[in-house]
Design a protein around this ligand. Structure first.
Ligand code: 1GP
Length: 236
């Protein structure tokens, strides 16, 4: 089964293409984050995913692989996130790559371990926007419309507002969340301190931090966890 995820407030995304060692993983696990996602866009190979998996293995925190390429699928994770890029200009990223993966590994997959996520990519300059040929410009009504299609037409349980590499607009994220009824909203992009974590933590159900752990800002990681949980009234 995919682990209980609805109450996650803070998640760290580890990029297999960036250097990780035992010290880094200890910082991440010790931060109090709710889960670890392994995922990235560029140069992802099974070797790199396996290396991270081995480093994470001793820890009980949920370990989730966000599947970006068929080649990097690695069994043993606690769950698998499958992105469906709602504003992709190339249909490969809405259903094409998924169909190829199902053709190859459909018989071996435990579909109960799979959670689909509806991505809306809002930073046109990020690598995944270029890869998927994401469509712009988008008004806030367009973003909400994508989110509602994801929730109601595709029954996606999770809408992921992706600003990878830049900090987004918390008001827009709030607006999307308030326009949905069932799907939970994940936000990722540019969070590197407690203040940004708190603001986005109030706007979204779950915040995802990535790049900050590969920079000096890792010293603020625990603060981002506290801020995300405090925003929801988990801590006082
Ligand atoms: C990337 O949403 C995540 O997929 C996190 O973004 O690396 O900018 O924190 P950052």
């Amino acid at each position: 089964m995919f682990p209980e995820w609805e109450n996650w407030r803070h998640v760290v995304k580890l990029d297999p293409d960036k250097p990780s060692d035992e010290w880094l993983i200890e910082q991440v696990v010790g931060s109090g984050t709710d889960a670890i996602i392994v995922g990235g866009t560029q140069n992802i190979t099974r070797e790199k995913v396996l290396k991270l998996f081995k480093l994470l293995k001793p820890y009980t925190l949920p370990k989730i692989l966000e599947v970006s390429t068929i080649e990097s699928i690695t069994f043993g994770f606690d769950g698998y996130l499958i992105p469906v890029v709602l504003n992709a200009g190339n249909p490969k990223w809405i259903i094409g790559a998924h169909k190829e993966a199902a053709k190859l590994a459909g018989d071996m997959m435990d579909w109960k371990e799979v959670l689909p996520e509806g991505y809306i990519i809002l930073n046109p300059d990020c690598a995944v926007a270029k890869l998927t040929e994401a469509l712009y410009p988008l008004r806030k009504s367009d973003v909400l419309a994508y989110a509602r299609c994801g929730e109601n037409l595709f029954s996606l349980p999770l809408i992921y507002i992706e600003y990878s590499g830049s900090y987004g607009n918390p008001e827009l994220v709030s607006y999307i969340k308030s326009g949905l009824t069932k799907a939970r909203v994940f936000y990722g992009g540019g969070i590197d301190n407690a203040q940004k974590a708190e603001m986005m933590g109030k706007a979204a159900d779950t915040i995802v931090v990535g790049n900050m752990i590969y920079t000096d800002s890792i010293k603020f990681l625990k603060d981002t966890v506290k801020a995300a949980k405090m925003g929801a009234g988990y801590l006082t």
